[in-house]
Design a protein around this ligand. Structure first.
Ligand code: ADP
Ligand code: ASP
Ligand code: MG
Length: 419
């Protein structure tokens, strides 16, 4: 049994959905297909959530209309008529509409109820289209199968309960195709949750692990895992094969191609992961598997944009001791701040994080209560795996570096943006 994962880019329009069908019919085995929301729907649903929370009716109406028109335009192109799909979709849009007047106390709870609907919409439409095209498929509600805790926006999987349900309900018979949602889950009480942005890769890996899949294929808009993001590095080239270990390092340092949690469930059951292009499905892509070593000599570049560098200094010139560090760390946990790089000296603790985290400035305010805090915004963090001195010299020519850190295999540079 094989798990496929299709991301938002692969189903951003009707052409994408048709291409998806073509990929499915070119294989005959039973499959579980994990799908993200269409295109940038999750971003739009985040804006809708914000408008609901702030009771901004005008903004809500605008974004809601855009979201509805976008989905309707895809349906219109896929089906001629077919009232049943419009009805199903209408039902989901009504749920969003009904959320507006409700008094929502907890933003994260509201977020998961609204944002999770992006994946429900896309899978309902795709499954209806595949059935319309005479494919043997079934829609599965992952919220009833992937059971999580209620830490909204970053829920953790309850492996035992999920194992029971997934192995009962997500087993395709014969050549059947099961269509389900990435990124979302549900609590025991049936409340929707999400696993963190870009979490669909992780969802697919969880299902692969539980179902002991023979392999998992992630379909992307790039030829495979490359040695850099081709959007920023023109000379990026594809890696043929990489080890689980290399893949986990890449994801950890921020390579957007894979969600960081994806590798562990696969590695634990030694399930090979293929990253392939949905634009050239006949090509080989990249194979990630159980190798002893990284078998390419290429350097790998990972660029993280929109970084903030924050320095924390005790006001009275006292040392940064364990007690101070543990206080700072508890604030990281409270605001779910992920640290991308850190350094500390006798009287200074410096770290870099994503500026897009909505809580980062709240963290700064909290830190200011006890410490002097300095920060620089709009920076870039470049990580180079398997670096050489010559590579560093070439890549960093004329760049203004604020912080630098090296280990045996990895060098990191936090720098100002070059215009
Ligand atoms: P999905 O459609 O599954 O959500 P994403 O957009 O999250 O896909 O990931 C694919 C994108 O990841 C590519 O378009 C590419 O710009 C980016 N990317 C970042 N690092 C790499 C890399 N090392 N190799 C290939 N693509 C990369
Ligand atoms: N739709 C979700 C997001 O955009 C999950 C995913 O695509 O992986 O974050
Ligand atoms: Mg994505």
């Amino acid at each position: 049994m094989v798990i496929y994962k299709f991301g938002g880019a692969s189903v951003k329009d009707a052409e994408g959905v048709k291409n998806h069908r073509n990929i499915l019919i070119s294989h005959k085995e039973g499959r579980v297909i994990v799908i993200s929301a269409f295109g940038k729907t999750t971003n739009k649903l985040e804006e809708i959530t914000d408008a609901i929370y702030k009771k901004d009716q005008v903004r809500f109406n605008d974004r809601f209309r855009e979201l509805k028109n976008y989905h309707h335009s895809i349906i219109k192109e896929l089906f001629k008529g077919h009232e049943a799909v419009y009805e199903e979709v209408e039902y989901i849009f009504n749920a969003i509409n009904r959320a507006f007047p409700e008094p929502w106390k907890h933003y994260d709870h509201l977020y998961d109820q609204i944002v999770s609907l992006g994946e429900i919409l896309s899978t309902k439409i795709i499954c209806a289209y595949l059935k319309h095209q005479h494919l043997n498929c079934q829609w599965i509600d992952i919220r009833e199968n992937l059971i999580t805790d209620d830490v909204y926006r970053e829920a953790s999987v309850d492996w035992e309960s999920s194992q029971n349900r997934v192995s009962r309900n997500l087993v395709p018979t014969g050549s059947e195709i099961l269509i389900t949602q990435g990124f979302i889950g549900g609590t025991y009480d049936g409340v929707s949750t999400t696993l963190g942005r870009e979490g669909s890769d992780y969802s697919a890996a969880i299902l692969a692990n539980i179902l002991e899949a023979e392999k998992m294929i992630i379909w992307k808009d790039v030829p495979g895992v490359m040695n850099a993001d081709p959007r920023y590095f023109q000379d990026a080239s594809k890696l043929e094969k990489i080890s689980f270990q290399e893949a986990i390092e890449l994801a950890y340092y921020g390579a957007k191609i894979l969600h960081p949690k994806t590798i562990k469930p696969l590695q634990n059951k030694k399930i090979p992961l293929y990253v392939k292009s949905f634009l050239e499905p006949g090509n080989k892509g990249t194979l990630i598997g159980e190798y002893n070593r990284y078998d390419e000599d290429k350097p790998i570049y990972i660029l993280k944009k929109d970084q903030i560098l924050i320095s924390v200094l005790p006001r009275d010139f006292s040392f940064v001791f364990e007690e101070t560090l543990s206080k700072i760390y508890s604030l990281f946990a409270k605001y779910r701040i992920k640290i991308n790089l850190m350094q500390h000296s006798a009287i200074n603790f410096t770290f870099c994080a994503d500026m897009k985290n909505p809580y980062v400035f709240q963290l700064i305010e909290d830190l200011k209560e006890d410490y002097k805090v300095l920060y620089n915004t709009g920076l870039e963090l470049l990580t180079i795996r398997h670096y050489t001195e010559q590579i560093i010299r070439e890549v960093l020519k004329d760049r203004h570096i604020l912080v630098e850190q090296r280990s045996r295999n990895t060098a990191q540079f936090l720098m100002e943006v070059q215009y």
